[in-house]
Design a protein around this ligand. Structure first.
Ligand code: NAP
Length: 275
């Protein structure tokens, strides 16, 4: 019997998840469809029960529902519990289980370039995505993590959870040349204007600079970093790998991630800047 999967969010029309998962179902010869479902916050509970009623096998959760979905679920894995956010739900025997694949998806994307886990790595930001990424980097064995954020208290809290260093934005700006890898997780750069999350005067050539924003493909930070001779990674890899981990949880199959990174990059109007 045909299976159904979905992504819920508000807004949702822009989501590339239906394109990605439908392509993977097709290439894996799985009889399934993946649909975008627009749910406003006030509709979340009814929408969740409606998805269960029609027999959805699993779904993704995007903004603004990643925390709000938690009270409706029957179980959470450790990562989702630590992050207090869910981006993937697996339905099994009528019960719903929440996971968060964002952080591990990012770490997989980082390994598109040679990255040394023992070299200093700076995370800019301390929001939802940063939480997943910092915990996943810690689990993956990155031993010299530093967190900086506009709101310093949030950086302190997040760094404290994994024993990372913490810096104010101005300290991080002054020390920028000491980092081997810099990971930009804030929403700065989304609007394709000239804004940067911090001053990059001291950015060294050869530094790996990752930005988890993927639309635009080349954010102002990646543009400046590339001009300074840094190696850059955009957010497409994270998006595809987090989706692939969800797909594996639903189907037990590993989809073709490299081809999907190329395909989504082209869909967004670019060449692959990561390779
Ligand atoms: P969030 O929880 O709202 O966190 C936003 C972060 O951005 C906070 O650290 C916030 O700092 C900072 N920030 C916002 N505006 C700022 C400004 N004008 N100047 C400096 N810092 C600013 O959002 P999120 O869920 O973490 O998402 C962040 C970004 O990641 C979004 O652009 C999203 O599209 C992207 N994302 C990408 C993927 C992917 O698959 N590639 C997955 C998830 C998210 P304060 O604490 O000071 O407010």
């Amino acid at each position: 019997m045909k299976k159904w999967y979905a992504v819920i969010g508000d807004p949702i029309a822009h989501s590339l998840s239906p394109y990605m998962h439908d392509a993977w179902f097709q290439e894996s010869s799985i009889d399934a469809s993946y649909i975008p479902v627009h749910l406003e916050p006030s509709e979340l509970e009814d929408g969740f029960h409606a998805l269960k009623k029609i027999g959805v096998s699993g779904f993704n959760v995007t903004l603004p529902h990643k925390q709000a979905i938690i009270p409706f679920l029957d179980g959470l894995d450790d990562t989702a519990r630590t992050m207090n956010a869910v981006n993937t739900v697996v339905m099994k025997d009528g019960k719903s289980y929440g996971y968060n694949t964002d952080g591990d998806g990012f770490v997989q994307s980082l390994f598109a370039l040679p990255v040394d886990r023992e070299q200093p790595l700076l995370v800019i930001g301390a929001g939802g995505a940063a939480r997943g990424i910092v915990h996943a980097l810690h689990r993956a064995g990155f031993t010299r993590l530093t967190v900086t954020n506009r709101t310093f208290r949030r950086a302190e809290e997040l760094a404290g959870e994994v024993g990372a260093e913490v810096m104010t934005i101005s300290q991080a700006e002054a020390e920028l040349g000491t980092f081997h890898t810099i990971v930009q997780t804030t929403s700065v750069g989304l609007s394709d204007n000239e804004s940067l999350p911090l001053s990059v005067e001291w950015l060294k050539p050869g530094t790996v600079v990752a930005d988890i924003v993927y639309n635009p493909l080349v954010t102002p930070l990646l543009k400046v970093a590339s001009d300074k001779g840094c190696k850059t990674i955009n957010g497409v890899g994270m998006f595809v790998h987090q989706g692939a981990i969800a797909f594996e949880k639903w189907t037990g199959k590993t989809p073709n991630q490299e081809a999907m990174i190329d395909s989504i990059t082209q869909k967004l109007g670019g060449n692959n800047v990561n390779r």
